[in-house]
Design a protein around this ligand. Sequence first.
Ligand code: G3I
Length: 453
Amino acid sequence: MISRSARRRARTALVMGAAAVMAAAGIVAMEGTAYAASTLGASAAEKGRYFGTAVAANHLGESPYVSTLNTEFNSVTPENEMKWDALEKSRNSFSYGPADQIVSHAQSRNMKVRGHTLVWHSQLPSWVGSLNATELRSAMNNHITQVMQHYRGKIHSWDVVNEAFQDGSSGARRSSPFQDKLGNGFIEEAFRTARAADPAAKLCYNDYNTDGQNAKSNAVYNMVKDFKQRGVPIDCVGFQSHFNSASPVPGDYQANLKRFADLGVDVQITELDIEGSGSSQADSYSRAVNACLAVTRCTGITVWGITDKYSWRASGTPLLFDGNYNKKPAYHSVLAALGGSGGTPDPGTPGGATCSVSYRQTAAWGDRFNGQVTVTAGSSPITSWSVNVTVASAQDIVTTWNGTPTWDSSGNVMTMRPNGNGSLAAGSSTSFGFTVMTNGNWNAPTLGACTAS
Ligand code: G3I
């Protein structure tokens, strides 16, 4: 909170040019110009897809981790924070802290969130395994319901059931407390419960070693076909896509994605990583991305982490950024496959980083009102922004939030800049707010041009 007197003390000698002021009340939008590169998220968006990454809450304090996330990706999947052992360690006692941290970060940047995962044999607290069938059914449905209702409206797609089938040629279900005590019907029950808990979320079945046509993917295919025929709610199938030299991108990857899509579900690449380096890794990545782009209902790609150093299999260097957040050849091949610019700034090209601003009044009382300014990055990512807010001479801005203000000598022109990191992915937004004491003048503030860098 910044009081009037504190604000006056904090004034800088900043003199803002007249060109920075736009005389318009209500909603306004203006742009400023700088230069920037194309990104994974923006390039994928131009193809109607998202490009996401797994995120770990405990790295959100690391500046290059966050700036790479914010700049390059427009979807996140909590890597471990939404698993059963993280959310419901003791029966019916839910703790959402780290998962909420990831969701709020994503929301503040207009990123989608994939929920991962509700019913899985792994990372399951031991109390679940000791329940009898009746108790387990109730615990499973309660877990799905509580978690999905907590995040209702905030999750784009949920991995409702994860990895329920065995590897190998049997096509059988994997042994788990759910399978062993509730039988095959647990998957259907989980999906029905999930639909009731958040009708807007897309409900996915997610698995690995199902990326090409094989006995395991055939078994999943038959289940999805059966669900669609019987009206069991399922919207999407996730293909984890963990590849290495022993398990390369299958030659029939695209055909396999397409046969599932043809059942009437979306398909998503949910945990992509490919061990290796250099051009062979880059080639494999572009084949995977091209397979998705060739299937209309392949709606997005998530890589399983940002930097090699935090990968679940770091020694295989399977991701797009190395341990120092340098872009690897695989990054450039993915960007090229997505139709991006090559990922380097082109200062000779006009255009580049821009932002626009809009204003709305959010609340009003007898003597004051609250205003909110939304800053939106243009078609390229930006690393910072600033915007002038001018109030009438009788008015006084007494409080601000979500930004760092400075003031001109009149006290009527506030220049707002980001709190800390100002990076915004292409097309994403952030907002700041303030309270205006009217002193009888109810005019809306005037916004200057948004300046991006
Ligand atoms: O956080 C603790 C730390 O406090 C402790 O010191 C350390 C000691 O082992 O463990 C840390 O937790 C680890 C956690 O990752 C966070 O790093 C767990 O042991 C470890 O088991 C866990 O591994 C995760 C794995 O799922 C568990 O099955 C990986 O991060 C995660 O990437 C991986 O993700 C799975 C998907 O959910 C499903 N598909 C396969 C994929 C890869 O295995």
